[in-house]
Design a protein around this ligand. Structure first.
Ligand code: L34
Length: 245
């Protein structure tokens, strides 16, 4: 919905991934002035369309739209973002079908790199519903000792310095610097900040962080593409759950 420039890039990347793996995708570009009722009407149509396995409303939505109302309107069985309260609740209990794409991508990177989370000090910087909160749950499910930090955290550096696994998801360019990182730590950068028309940087200052980290993800080419890969995985799962077509 609307004209968010970053969303255009992300949605284009999602469509490309669908095409690449053979998932049929339908894009509905809704103008800024679309009403909440109109969006919910469209979602209801897609909820009832048995040729559709998964539904995603790219965030952010325009200011006059209640994001929560949109998320709640999506059939939880087709909620490939795992943002619906039913799916959020399932993530809490550990019995889930869909995992939110960005945290799922982070977990996949950790797993594929042969890193065992059990007993590790995991520090998540950021407490958003999309990343920080579900991220902390997934690390907890893998037996990490999890600390969630945010803008009101006192002595942030002491917390980040204690991390064996540090996940940065604050949305502030180069916020985490090398001196805030423990020697050998795993550093995962969820931030995607456009600081100039063609310059993307993460929440981690890569050049200073890479000198101390044992492993680190880049921006671009790190968590972003993993988010998309996990969306494909959730959509395949949705097709199995819904047994459509
Ligand atoms: N509903 N809204 C919903 N679901 C999501 O999972 C998202 N997210 C976040 C924003 N809003 C959403 C995404 O899709 C962030 N996000 C996302 C998706 C793709 C990429 C980054 C974030 C991505 O492709 N990143 C590339 C660079 C892209 C560029 O050039 O800007 C990378 O290499 O990091």
């Amino acid at each position: 919905m609307g004209e968010d420039p970053a969303s255009k890039v992300y949605v284009a990347n999602k469509k490309k991934a669908c095409e690449y793996i053979g998932i049929n995708s339908f894009e509905y570009k809704l103008p800024e002035e679309t009403t909440e009722e109109e969006v919910i009407e469209l979602i209801n149509k897609l909820n009832n369309d048995n040729t559709v396995s998964g539904i995603l409303c790219q965030l952010p939505v325009p200011k006059h739209i209640n994001e929560e109302a949109i998320i709640n309107a999506i059939d939880p069985k087709k909620d490939v973002d795992a943002f619906h309260p039913i799916n959020v609740g399932k993530i809490m209990t550990g019995n889930y079908d869909f995992v939110p794409c960005t945290p799922a991508g982070v977990m996949e990177l950790i797993k594929e790199s042969g890193i065992d989370v059990t007993g590790k000090e995991c520090v998540v910087v950021g407490r958003s519903n999309i990343v920080g909160k579900p991220m902390s749950m997934l690390l907890l499910h893998q037996n990490g000792t999890v600390t969630v930090c945010h803008s009101k955290t006192k002595d942030l550096k002491a917390k980040t310095k204690s991390a064996d696994i540090l996940v940065a998801a604050v949305g502030i360019p180069n916020f985490i610097t090398g001196d805030m990182i423990k020697e050998g730590a795993v550093v995962i950068d969820v931030g995607i900040n456009r600081i100039a028309p063609k310059t993307l940087v993460g929440d981690v200052e890569f050049d200073t962080a890479k000198e101390v980290a044992g492993a680190i993800t880049p921006v671009p080419g790190g968590v972003g593409p993993m988010t998309i890969a996990m969306l494909m995985k959730n959509t395949l799962k949705a097709a199995e759950v819904n047994k459509t077509v």
